[in-house]
Design a protein around this ligand. Sequence first.
Ligand SMILES: [Zn+2]
Length: 362
Amino acid sequence: MTFINLSVWISALIGVIIIAWIRSFDIYEKETFMAMIWAFLAGGITAVMIALGVYEFLRIFGLEDEVISNTLGSLLVIGPVEEFAKLMGLVVVYALIRKQFNELTDGIIYMSCVALGFSIIENFFYANSGEGTQYLLVYRAFISTPAHISFSVIIGYAWYRYKKENKPFSTVIVALAIASILHGVFDALAFSPWFNFLLLIYLWLILRQSLRLVQYTNVVSPFRPEFKELFDSPSGEKAEGIGCPNCGSSAPKELCRNSFFTSCRCDDCGYQIASRNDIRKIFRIFAPEYKRLSKKLVPARFNDGRTVMSVYGSAFFGHSGSTGFFRVEEVAGRLQAINDELLDRFRKRSFISANLLRRFFE
Ligand SMILES: [Zn+2]
């Protein structure tokens, strides 16, 4: 197996891993892998064909690769052409699986699949195009694939709002312009011998911005259940032999089971008891910060003098650290506060957009 072949397989593998990773941000009503792979293929192929077609057309006017491989070409040609091509990929995907688009997050999810398809197919072309491609492929797989996805998420966002929330078509045009600029600047930095050291910082900034957009769509998702309500209908099952990490009671405990987590209630002290992993899930699912649990842990002191580790002072861990306990009201309040802060941060302190996004999209 040649290095080039290997690289193509590696980039395809990276593609699948990224699809799985993207899917992990689609929390409440997950898209199927089939639909996502379908979007990846159909959207990716459409986007590549359109981009190739437009580039071919531009050659008539003397806009060869060498002419556009610079700052001006990146901003005026490559960015707009490729983002337009990816938008067309999304249009095709939307025509094929319209019914799957039922929340704002889905616009971003399918757009990401299209961008991923575009990038992987593009890598394949580069791999077969001859010299000097080894470095390029590794570079492309690790840098340009995530970059392609992060330029375009805003298009998926705007497309959903245009199609499903009756926003004017100008939202899509604005999103296309933003994506084209992000893309153009990225390529301009990549072509520049003096400024390409800024590339990774720039990529990090737009990835972070994309993540905020995803967070925002998660926070406003209509499929996000109310955390408190999940405790309203008891399962009727009892968990036996579980020692309460708070008061030590080993009486049978009422189980609360749902598709997100499992916990049980200690009747002696009134705390809910859940495994560390279930508590991690609660904070990942109901307050989509996407931080590791260890980053959310702070020491908390109880009135009786005990000091324990807690998740933001609202869910606590016993001595073993493997089982936690919490009051539903306290965790619900904390989740609400985190979500409010995420919304606030998205609206006021975002890198591209802040008020800009609000003006165009709300
Ligand atoms: Zn207890």
